[in-house]
Design a protein around this ligand. Structure first.
Ligand code: ADP
Ligand code: RBF
Ligand code: MG
Length: 171
């Protein structure tokens, strides 16, 4: 019995990775005005991409919360969390990609070019009873992202040529 449970949990842990051959996924585009719902007031501003970037997503993409790295213009590479989907809590009509740049506290960067590398998947989108629960869950996502992005496999992407195209020798 125990061994069965161990095997099935091992499979569960393994499968999601194998079913996401599109990771790491690199996305880029200008930052536009989002839904204006005041994510900032929630303590979590999210930079939104235009529909053209959403449409460039691979067909097999799973909606949900991803973690990875982000670069605003020519700035440094930050850790990020991104929500890809319809935000069931707000019942959006269009799918969106929203990136929260972790530890960035500079000025707004509407109109700037934003590059993101999706490195791993955290969870599916959920619905919530309250805004407080949504915020609590987002804060947990951020804590998980900070931790997972310190692993060596993830750290390799910080110097990726996607972020530094003019540098030779990186890949
Ligand atoms: P909108 O509805 O226009 O997307 P938000 O309240 O989600 O408004 O705020 C997003 C904007 O906040 C971004 O487009 C960006 O200009 C700015 N911003 C400031 N700090 C951050 C951050 N750490 N992560 C993401 N966006 C940020
Ligand atoms: N919206 C949801 O409806 N369900 C979610 O599970 C959800 N998770 C999110 C996780 C992260 C890390 C971020 C940045 C956003 C998430 N959102 C989710 C979107 C959130 O509702 C949205 O950013 C704000 O409403 C601003 O548009
Ligand atoms: Mg936003």
């Amino acid at each position: 019995m125990l061994i069965n449970r161990l095997i099935s949990s091992a499979i569960k842990v393994k499968l999601p990775k194998m079913s996401r051959p599109f990771l790491p996924l690199f996305l880029e585009g200008v930052v536009i005005k989002g839904f204006g719902r005041g994510s900032k007031e929630l303590g979590c501003p999210t930079a939104n991409y235009p529909l053209s970037v959403v449409k460039s997503l691979p067909e097999q993409i799973e909606t949900g919360v991803y973690y990875g790295f982000a670069k605003i213009g020519e700035g440094p590479v930050y850790k990020m969390v991104a929500n890809i989907g319809w935000c069931p809590f707000y019942q959006n009509k269009e799918m969106s990609i929203e990136t929260h740049v972790i530890h960035y506290t500079g000025p707004d960067f509407y109109g700037d070019y934003l590059k993101i590398a999706l490195v791993g998947y955290l969870r599916a989108e959920m619905n919530f009873d309250s805004v407080e629960k949504l915020i609590e869950t987002i804060n947990q996502d951020i804590a998980n992202a900070i931790k997972f992005l310190d692993y060596p496999d993830a750290q390799k992407l910080v110097n990726h040529k996607f972020f530094f195209p003019s540098q030779l020798g990186e890949h």
